[in-house]
Design a protein around this ligand. Structure first.
Ligand SMILES: Cc1ncc(COP(=O)(O)O)c(C=O)c1O
Length: 382
């Protein structure tokens, strides 16, 4: 008898990023959909990975990560946010931020727990909450500013609330948390059992002189937070899938229990390479300017289009309102944009529990100037 596999997540579908990327490939469209650069990682990083491979760093890394890399991450966080994380007990290197998110949620959320998530969201949070047996409670952020209404957050908190998930700079809106957001978060969580998960993968892709406010920088928040980031975004190397989680020792202990049986350890030569790369503070200093130039270049090219572009404070995403062009749903609009115009984008309804009926799509501008130029020429014609 053929056994039935009863789906644990029957409503879960293929990620919109895979769907749109496939459509882009099938129709030879310019892919401004999925969030990855179309330019290469710095050659010296490739050379360093080769060197560590040649030197024989090719076996399992320690479960929590190569010691030199955890030390380098601790130094970086201290440099930027003034918090001391002990590399032995508080830092774990993971297979990208995705694994860190999944391990943190599995470690902390149990059957019956509620997790507050802001929508639109990055699409990995809800499935992870589902696999952990928790329930996602959503709080909708509204365009054009997508600001958090903290009184609504307050109302949504129940005795079952175990975690709040934050993401700043935010994918897909490009919004960043402000000091007053962190004040409100501190007040709301004080004297509670609520844990925080802070997804900070775009921490260095920030514009117009803004500072990234990490939850690591606020002691009252850091003591209850899993702070997660990704070297994939920071070093243009999304395919190397390396990230980390910083959290107090008791939280890290639980996260590592999940991590050791999800992946056990992350690829060794890349970890050694990042241990060196993280010391290059000039690289971090250059990133805001590098991406701001791309944001401004794309926005400038799009000035003559009929899209209305929303403000972008951080991340490498640009939301665009197409309501002057079409009444189609965002999914249909993106399908036609890919097939008929030759440019792929992401329909933002994919990031909501229920389709809000907005006419907003997301472009990724982490692309070469020639790619942005070719895409904008097509987009300005419609
Ligand atoms: C907000 C956010 N979090 C996490 C991730 C996943 O990061 P990684 O590729 O390191 O797993 C992404 C990737 O697009 C993202 O946009």
């Amino acid at each position: 008898m053929k056994p039935d596999l009863v789906s644990r997540q029957p409503t879960l579908q293929e990620s919109i990023f895979s769907v749109m990327t496939r459509l882009a490939l099938n129709h030879n469209a310019i892919n401004l959909a999925q969030g990855f650069p179309d330019f290469d990682v710095p050659a010296e990083l490739v050379e360093m990975v080769h060197r560590y491979m040649r030197e024989g760093h090719n076996q399992y890394a320690p479960m929590p990560g190569v010691a030199a890399l955890r030390r380098a991450v601790a130094d970086k966080i201290f440099r930027e946010h003034g918090r001391i994380y002990d590399p032995e007990t508080d830092l774990t290197i993971t297979a990208g931020a995705t694994e860190a998110l999944f391990a943190a949620i599995l470690a902390a959320v149990q059957t019956g727990d509620e997790v507050l998530v802001f929508e639109p969201w990055y699409d990995a949070y809800i499935p992870a909450i589902g696999y952990a047996g928790g329930t996602a409670r959503t709080i909708t952020l509204h365009p054009p500013k997508f600001e958090i209404d903290w009184s609504e957050v307050h109302k949504k908190i129940t005795p079952k609330t175990r975690m709040i998930i934050l993401n700043s700079p935010h994918n897909p809106t490009g919004r960043m948390l402000t000091a007053s957001d962190l004040d409100a978060l501190t007040e709301i969580t004080a004297d509670s059992q609520i844990l925080l998960l802070s997804d900070e993968v775009y921490e260095h892709i920030i514009f117009d002189g803004r500072s990234h406010l990490s939850l690591a920088g606020r002691p009252e928040l850091a003591e209850r937070s899993f702070v997660i980031s990704s070297f994939g975004k920071t070093f243009h190397a999304t395919g190397w899938k390396t990230g980390y989680c910083a959290a107090p020792a008791e939280m890290t202990l639980e996260l590592r229990k999940a991590h050791q049986f999800i992946t056990y350890a992350v690829n060794t030569p890349v970890q050694y390479m990042y241990a060196g790369a993280l010391k290059n503070t000039g690289w971090f200093a250059s990133l805001p300017g590098f991406y701001q130039q791309k944001r401004d270049f794309f926005r400038d090219l799009m000035k003559t289009s009929r899209f209305r572009l929303l403000p972008v404070e951080g991340s490498y995403f640009q939301l665009a309102d197409y309501s002057d062009i079409s009444d189609d749903s965002d999914m249909e609009f993106c399908r036609r944009l890919t097939i008929e115009t030759g440019v792929a984008a992401i329909p933002t309804s994919a990031f909501y529990m229920q389709n809000p009926g907005q006419r907003l799509i997301r472009f990724c501008f982490a692309k070469k100037e020639e790619t942005l130029q070719r895409a904008a020429e097509k987009l300005c014609r419609i």
